[in-house]
Ligand binder design. Structure first.
Ligand code: PMP
Length: 968
């Protein structure tokens, strides 16, 4: 009986796997009581059947999983490789069989192509089939063979999803397609399905192939046919669907399963086959172009012998190596510096200062110019930033010469995304007959008008001239020189700039043009360390308690308004940093600091107008009687001073604080910060510190719908004062953030501070408002947080945003409190209130007023809040959305009834937002509140982007996995 032999083969194979790779998650065969793996039986009508039993694997199918991460695909590839290793040498007569899915025998589909009605799709399948017959069939007999599982489709791959954790591989099931065939079919089948749903199939296939290759290295000839086998599998799949549809018309299920296969086939069709081949090789750590290393070796051997590309020989002429990197200090952060004519002027100046006749723009440099203007995608998009050539800057019209003999491959206009002027590609050959190409960009159109493809160009011959703006991309005049080892059939579309995620692939295809140019290495400055170098240095040199955000740390080298840029030029929307209040690198603040620093910076023991001007401007923003200022460097320093002021005024020591509060990092402030003294490493509450409950009207006993919630929470302060503080002599101060931030972006219920302050003052204490996070217009409705509660504190503490990143903090209080503090002991902070810091503070105040940032915070924040509230309607995990202006919190809960915090999910969301190009963080005692407090120049579009990306992430399986069953 055929079925029995086939089941016997599967059982034997699974037994072999169980023996050789016991931890591989595949089903086990449960033998019958007679010890045999299966039994023959018959149905009631006498029809023969084979019965066997397999163990159950926990998990859900990969199909429909969101997101399918590169890690997961890598692990799938590795698991398939381990499976193939376990099956190596396994043989069974039933494994040699005919199967329509056998990639060694896919030619059968040719007879059925007539079933594809759509002409375009038919042509697509015909293209794949022609390649299969021309490339794969002759190679198949040379490939290693083994029995393969051959069916890693998205319904047979099981995954485990736990809340807040990326899905993990949980199993492989359904061994019904096992067959003896070329081993490479295993990964080809998996790759075909992995590509489902990806606009760029290489994104999915590369990690899968890399994972496989790590465990079971693919041979060069296997990699050479992988692309065509993957496409062939998809072609077989759609033809098979067409056959079944013809046999069973009207079965809607067939159509559903067919659609993603067509989509994947069409997505692959947009990828040049040679690009796919090179990309898979690169994913395996091989040189992307098989013939590339020989060409590079030849170029290296002849280094120094090539003709100069310019009339000046950059080997000997004075050259200036330009820094056009993302973190270039020459360019700064202002995108206007990256546009003509300013960029041209910067290059000219850098060359003049160095006395250079040639400016050199570096190879393999991630550049800022590609982060702006025509190159700017949304922050969520990965931009191409890595320069694949060397730019030689010389006056327009300068001759461009061939470094070695060649023929003209093409002369083309390079017009996307803007007019870059003509480019020329020359074809060359090594003596061994290996071809390669050199590309010259941004040329003068007239100079190449007579240059025809096929024409011979001799080494040293001037075949073109350098173009001039605006017809060279409107850039500074230069020729872009690039080596291309494999044109991939792309010709004029061969990129000159690569996405950072594909850096090794493209630099592997376009090696350093300095192989030809020969600019001495010592002319190049030492490159900045890459991210791993910086991380390693930090780990040894900086104390480990200084934490680093994100699982994959960010190396940020540039900031402009609402965006931060990492060293690869990737832009991130900053929804998190409230310090750059008016925007990262705001030119007004930068100019004020630069000018003052260039004139004078000293301490406050001399008279300086900046200090008094700043104090006058600050106090003018405060209600009476807050009229006296102290200017300091950090909010911690300011809160320390606030404590000293209160103690000097009252002659008492005790302080009342709110649960989960944070007020700073000094010894004294850790003592009054429950978030610290009750947190990891904390040493507990000091007797002079008294903790009042957090007036959290979402989680606490009194809810938002209770109009008396504020006074009710405040009553607890009164009780605390009476019971705990009075017996110790009464309070010096009650200190609270006016919207508690570290405690979870809490909006105090109306009337809370009014009543709390009343209790504190009745007990003889001072009321201190920590406005460090919330003040300065961020709330939109009011300039200060205390105004939202209709109170006037005795002491206000300011910090963080008020210098827009320049260290600056302040304490504002009453004349009476200041007088009590003037007890003979001098108060002095070396840097506090220095002219540069005050210049920064003054500029920030100017910008806040002139750009009407408080109004803007209200307008954009209201729009943002309503977008977030709509998410709460759709995603049960969004328990609460709250805040004011651009101070917002999104509290995630697994169950809206019990409010079980979704901390792992919140951490997951923050990581995913970062992967999607948006920066946030979590906060709150339960770590389940997404904290949103962007620079105030945030726009409606930024808010919309945030909401739509968050919307997608909240629908991902690791977010939904922990939801209460009813909400799932
Ligand atoms: N108060 C509050 C409310 C804060 O959030 C912080 C810092 N996060 C501080 C004070 C201390 O600020 P700094 O780190 O600038 O000293």
């Amino acid at each position: 009986m055929r079925e029995a032999a086939f089941v016997d083969m599967q059982c034997a194979a699974l037994a072999a796997v169980a023996g050789r790779a016991p931890d591989l998650p595949v089903p086990r065969v449960v033998p019958g009581l007679d010890g045999r793996p299966f039994a023959a039986t018959a149905l009631a009508d006498g029809a023969p059947r084979v019965v066997w039993m397999l163990t159950f694997l926990e998990g859900r199918p990969l199909a429909g999983l969101r997101p399918v991460t590169p890690d997961l695909l890598g692990n799938l590839g590795a698991a398939l490789a381990r499976l193939d290793l376990a099956l190596a040498g396994f043989a069974h007569p039933a494994a040699r069989r005919e199967l329509k899915w056998d990639l060694a025998e896919a030619g059968w589909i040719r007879a059925h192509l007539g079933l594809i009605p759509d002409a375009r799709r038919l042509a697509l399948v015909e293209r794949v089939l022609a390649r299969y017959e021309a490339e794969a069939v002759p190679a198949l007999s040379r490939l290693r063979r083994s029995v393969v599982y051959g069916d890693a489709n998205e319904h047979n791959v099981l995954v485990r999803v736990e809340s807040g954790r990326p899905a993990r591989l949980a199993g492989l099931i359904d061994f019904g397609d096992m067959i003896e065939t070329p081993t490479a079919a295993e990964i080809a089948v998996a790759a075909a399905y992995a590509a489902f749903g990806h606009a760029d199939p290489l994104e999915a296939v590369r990690p899968l192939v890399a994972g496989y290759h790590r465990v079971l290295p693919l041979a060069e000839e296997e990699l050479a046919v992988l692309d065509v086998l993957v496409r062939t599998r998809l072609a077989v799949s759609v033809v098979n669907s067409a056959c079944r549809a013809a046999a069973e018309p009207g079965d809607p299920y067939l159509k559903v399963s067919e659609a993603p296969a067509w989509a994947a086939l069409e997505a692959f069709d947009r990828v040049p086959p040679r690009l796919a081949h090179c990309a898979y090789r690169d994913a395996c750590g091989l040189p992307p172009s098989p013939g590339g290393p020989a060409v590079v070796r030849w170029l290296e051997e002849r280094r120094g012998s090539f003709a100069p590309v310019l009339d000046h020989d950059p080997r000997t002429a004075p050259v200036a190596v330009l820094d056009l990197s993302v973190g270039s200090r020459t360019l700064g952060a202002d995108p206007a510096e990256l546009e003509t004519p300013r960029l041209t002027e910067t290059v000219r100046r850098a060359m003049a200062e160095a006395g250079a006749v040639v400016g050199v723009g570096r190879y393999d440099e991630a550049r800022a110019v590609y982060t702006t203007g025509a190159f700017a995608g949304g922050p969520a998009a990965e931009r191409r930033t890595v320069h694949l050539g060397i730019d030689l800057s010389v006056p327009p019209g300068s001759a461009v010469r061939a470094p070695l003999d060649g023929t003209v491959r093409l002369v083309a206009e390079n017009a996307a995304p803007k007019d870059y002027g003509p480019l020329v590609i020359l074809r060359h050959e090594t003596p061994a007959g290996e071809e390669f190409f050199t590309l010259y960009g941004h040329l003068d159109a007239a100079s190449v008008a007579g240059l025809a493809p096929g024409r011979t160009v001799r080494a040293g011959e001037a075949f073109a001239a350098v173009g001039a703006p605006p017809r060279n991309g409107d850039w500074w005049p230069h020729v872009h020189v690039q080596i291309i080892l494999d044109l991939l059939g792309l010709d004029a579309d061969f990129p000159g700039v690569a996405a950072p995620g594909r850096r090794s692939l493209w630099t592997g295809l376009s090696p350093d043009p300095n192989l030809l140019l020969g600019i001495p290495a010592e002319r190049f400055p030492r490159p900045e360390p890459d991210k791993s170098g910086t991380l390693a240095a930090r780990r040894t040199l900086i104390g480990p308690s200084l934490s680093i955000s994100y699982r994959e740390p960010l190396k940020i080298v540039r900031g402009w308004m609402r965006h931060l840029y990492d060293d690869t030029g990737r832009a991130y929307l900053d929804a998190y940093n409230n310090v750059p209040l008016v925007g990262h690198g705001h030119p007004r603040v930068v100019r004020a600091v630069r000018e003052q620093m260039g004139l004078l910076n000293t301490n406050t023991r001399y008279l300086h107008d900046n200090l008094v001007r700043y104090a006058a401007r600050l106090t003018a923003l405060m209600p009476e009687p807050l009229r006296v200022c102290y200017v300091l460097n950090s909010a911690s320093e300011a809160n320390e001073l606030a404590l000293r002021l209160a103690r000097a005024r009252t002659g008492r020591e005790d302080v009342v604080v709110l649960e989960s509060a944070y007020h700073g990092h000094t010894t004294g402030l850790v003592d009054i910060s429950p978030y610290k003294f009750d947190g990891p490493g904390g040493r507990g509450r000091k007797p002079w510190v008294h903790v009042a409950p957090l007036p959290d009207d979402y989680r606490g006993p009194f809810k938002r719908d209770d109009p008396e919630a504020g006074p009710k929470y405040a009553a607890a302060v009164g009780r605390l004062l009476a019971a705990e503080v009075a017996p110790r002599g009464g309070p010096a101060a009650f200190i609270a953030e006016t919207l508690p931030s570290v405690a979870g972006q809490i909006v105090l219920p109306p009337g809370y501070l009014r009543e709390a302050y009343r209790h504190v003052r009745a007990a003889g204490g001072l009321c201190v408002a920590d406005e460090v996070q919330v003040g300065f217009g961020r709330l939109g409705t009011h300039f200060w947080g205390f105004e939202t509660q209709g109170v006037v504190p005795d002491i206000v503490v300011l910090g963080k945003p008020i210098g827009n990143g320049f260290p600056l903090a302040a304490v504002v209080t009453t004349e009476a409190v200041a007088a009590s503090f003037a007890n003979g002991m001098e108060f002095f902070s070396t840097f506090g209130g220095n002219p540069v810091a005050c210049a920064a503070g003054l500029a920030v105040l100017d910008v806040v007023a002139e750009e009407r940032l408080q109004e803007r915070a209200l307008r954009v924040g209201t729009h943002f809040l309503s977008g977030l509230k709509r998410l709460a309607d759709r995603h049960p995990i969004v328990g609460d959305v709250r805040g004011s202006g651009l101070f917002l919190g999104i509290e995630l809960v697994r169950d809206r009834r019990t409010l079980e915090p979704a901390a792992a999910e919140a951490a997951y969301v923050v990581e995913r937002l970062r992967e999607r190009g948006i920066l946030t963080g979590t906060d709150g005692p339960l770590h389940n509140v997404l904290k949103v407090r962007p620079p105030l120049c945030f726009t409606d579009e930024d808010a919309d982007l945030f909401v739509s990306v968050l919307d997608e992430i909240l629908a991902e399986d690791p977010v939904r996995a922990g939801l209460a069953p009813a909400a799932r």
